[in-house]
Design a protein around this ligand. Structure first.
Ligand code: AMP
Ligand code: GLY
Length: 424
């Protein structure tokens, strides 16, 4: 088979690495990919939102299955275009990916179908939103409706902060039309977990639990990022809690999407907060998480390709999945300044000193090849991912490898997985 993976981050490197292990696969392409991916796949320089370009490429190369990483490709309608042209693709349609693309849609869906989430109100008019903020209890959370590169959510401690964010989103339009509407919601406290499931629209195949670390500094301090690291499995998610989440969140969400005439196929990612009153949904994503996928795939013993194919063919009931009993951890190394402005083009050293295996991988995220040398090319640069018999072993392996890697201004969190350790 020939497979095309769309995207260029650490998530896509992990997907390509896992897919390359399948005996079913003869050739992998990645658009646009990165230098790490280029070691195992042929990278083609097509932007993930250049849908016609990707479709024509897949048609010409007779690609058997396309796997979509980033949400902007989904929202640009890549799945719809490929299906119209009878090409197999793994990912939800544009209408179905609204579950990630519009917070207002997702929250309204959850309320209508009884899926547990924070209480909320939607505002189109800044004056009404300001009135709400004046009388509300704090802290509260303000969310821009549309995609804002993970920056559209604000936890506000005071009315002054809330008023400022409302001005920025609704008046200054710092996120463009994504800020035409806002959700103002109740603040929830608890630990966050990510539960991802593959689905064909009828059946769900949940993946092992993972926990992201969104804040830039140790101890969950500083601004939120795309994710500074992850581990899997999460001890907090007992089997009983996992079943509860499947029955009360994942299955109802898939059912709700069917009822709304937006049948959902692909990965459904539930970002949850485990409150004292049980799990509640913070957000749904219409795709694999980054960096959760790096940690999750490291533990997946089964071949991923048949699972994706069975989902695409509406036969996911036939799929099986096996996990390594150990633990995995992914620690992300970032450029100085991320998630704000950062420099690019800084040479990375030490990559050749890492002995990679199926227990230790350095997934590339924001890297570029310059004059035969690999340098930084994004905020999140590398995701050092290890699989151990237990979490401390995986942490030792990942941090041991990080000690051998360097670039000027490199930053990483020293506490990836620490929350799971406190629990033991
Ligand atoms: P979201 O994109 O909706 O998942 O929000 C991004 C981050 O903001 C989450 O990972 C949480 O850390 C935080 N957050 C979002 N909604 C809430 C909420 N209702 N209560 C507390 N924290 C929240
Ligand atoms: N790790 C968060 C995300 O993928 O959205």
């Amino acid at each position: 088979m020939k497979i095309l993976v769309i995207g260029s981050g650490g998530r896509e490197h992990a997907l390509v690495w896992k897919i390359a292990q399948s005996p079913l696969v003869k050739k992998i392409y990645c658009a646009p990919g990165n230098p790490g991916i280029a070691e195992i796949a042929e990278c083609v320089d097509i932007d993930p939102v250049h849908i016609d370009g990707l479709y024509n490429f897949a048609l010409k190369q007779k690609i058997d299955l396309t796997v979509v990483g980033p949400e902007d490709a989904l929202m640009a309608g890549i799945t719809d275009r490929f299906r119209e042209g009878r090409l197999q693709i793994f990912g939800p349609t544009k209408r179905a990916s609204a579950i990630e693309g519009s917070k207002v849609f997702a929250k309204t869906l959850m309320r209508k179908h009884g899926i547990p989430t924070a209480d909320f109100k939607v505002f189109e008019d800044i004056k009404q939103a300001q009135k709400q903020v004046t009388t509300a209890e704090f802290p509260l959370v303000i969310k821009a409706d549309g995609l804002a590169k993970g920056k559209g959510v604000f936890v506000c401690k005071t009315p002054e902060e809330a008023h400022q964010h409302l001005e920025d989103i609704m008046k200054e339009k710092i996120f463009g039309h994504a800020g035409d509407r806002v959700v103002i919601e109740e603040f929830l406290s608890g630990e966050e977990v990510s539960i991802l499931a593959v689905t064909d629209g009828n059946t769900i195949l949940p993946l092992s639990s993972a926990q992201d670390h969104k804040a830039v500094y140790d101890g969950d301090k500083g601004p939120n990022t795309g994710g500074m690291g992850a581990y899997s499995p999460v001890p907090l998610v007992t089997q009983q809690l996992q079943f509860f989440i499947e029955e009360n969140i994942l299955v109802p969400a898939i059912h709700a999407m069917k009822r709304e005439n937006r049948p959902y196929k692909g990965v459904l990612y539930a970002g949850l907060i485990i409150t004292s009153a049980g799990p509640k949904v913070l957000e749904f994503n219409a795709r694999f998480g980054d960096p959760e996928t790096q940690a999750i795939l490291m533990r997946m013993k089964s071949d991923l390709v048949p699972i994706l194919l069975l989902a695409e063919k509406n036969m996911l009931g036939d799929a099986e999945i096996e996990w390594n009993d150990g633990a995995s951890v992914c620690v992300v190394m970032t450029s100085k300044g991320y998630p704000d402005a950062y420099e690019k083009g800084i040479p990375i050293s030490g990559l050749e000193t890492i002995k990679e295996s199926n227990h230790l991988r350095v997934f590339h995220a924001g890297t570029a090849m310059k004059g035969g040398k690999i340098s930084t090319n994004g905020g999140r640069v590398l995701g050092v991912t290890a699989l151990g018999n237990d979490l401390p072993e995986a942490q030792n392996m990942a941090y041991g490898a990080i000690g051998k890697l360097s670039f000027a201004g490199a930053h990483y969190r020293r506490d990836i997985g620490a929350k799971a350790m406190c629990r033991k």
